[in-house]
Write a protein that binds this ligand. Structure first.
Ligand code: XBP
Ligand code: MG
Length: 253
């Protein structure tokens, strides 16, 4: 029998709107520092998001958008180094507190803890990006709120593969019947559904319009008591923001 014990959160696009004004900016700073003359516009980046993982995204960009690029002998090493530079710039952006949490996230994390639900993270991004985002927005102590921060290269296959959610469940010694996931993208939803998880989707500018078939509900945001969400698919009955009562109701349907 299903009993809710934990909430699993994606990070990029779900906990915080990090892609357009965070990751994208940091990639461009790294390209510029390496003297590459590449620039990912807001629109181009939207297309590149089809591929999850920063290193994988750079490789995909070279393959599809840079046919004339003189490939270095050690392409993997070149990408890893470029990505390390990107991570350095991204962490600096986070440390300058430039990227806030999305509406309702802080409130919901606190309500979940107060009601005895465990918390976990399942993300494609680099582990330091997660701990630095949490520290910059919620304080250093918030890192310990999460029983597992499953991130980046700990699994062989990134989202849309289910590996990272399965990894998080395994580390928490829980099954999909114990947890509810939060995602923002089609790739992320495929990953959580592949792991068998009931999933709430909160869309953002890049993911609005993607296919969220299979999500238990699709919202524009988690909402706050004084700032209602908009329901894009599914049924929130009379709720106007996501709280533990709504989560439990959705989980049990
Ligand atoms: C997030 C990503 C990540 C970030 C960049 O996907 O795709 O690649 O854009 O992070 P999701 P890194 O939200 O589905 O987990 O550069 O550290 O890989
Ligand atoms: Mg995401």
């Amino acid at each position: 029998m299903k009993k809710l014990k934990a909430l699993l959160f994606d990070v990029d696009g779900t906990v915080s709107d990090t892609e357009r004004d965070g990751h994208r900016v940091a990639f461009n700073q790294a390209f510029s520092e390496a003297g590459l003359g590449w620039h990912w516009s807001i629109e181009t980046y939207g297309r590149l998001l089809e591929v999850t993982g920063g290193k994988e995204r750079i490789r995909h960009f070279i393959d599809t958008f840079q046919p004339a690029f003189d490939l270095p002998a050690d392409l993997g090493g070149f990408i890893r180094k470029l990505h390390q530079t990107k991570t350095r710039h991204y962490l600096a952006l986070l440390e300058s507190a430039a990227i806030p949490l999305r509406p309702g996230v802080e409130r919901l994390l606190k309500e979940a803890r107060a009601s005895g639900l465990r918390l976990g993270i399942a993300t494609t991004t680099t582990p330091a990006n997660v701990t630095t985002l949490l520290t910059a927005t919620l304080g250093a102590e918030s890192v310990s709120w999460f029983d597992v921060i499953a991130a980046g290269d700990v699994v062989a296959n990134k989202k849309p593969a289910p590996d990272i959610f399965r990894y998080a469940l395994e580390k928490m010694k829980l099954t999909a019947d114990d947890c509810l996931a939060f995602e923002d993208s089609e790739n992320g939803l495929q990953s959580s559904l592949g792991a068998g998880l009931t999933t709430v989707v909160t869309v953002n500018g890049y993911t609005l319009g993607q296919d969220f078939n299979g999500a238990v509900i699709v919202l524009d945001q988690l909402g706050e008591p004084d700032a209602a969400f908009t329901v894009l698919a599914g049924n929130a009955s009379d709720a106007t923001y996501v709280d533990i009562a709504l989560i439990k109701r959705l989980f049990e349907t």
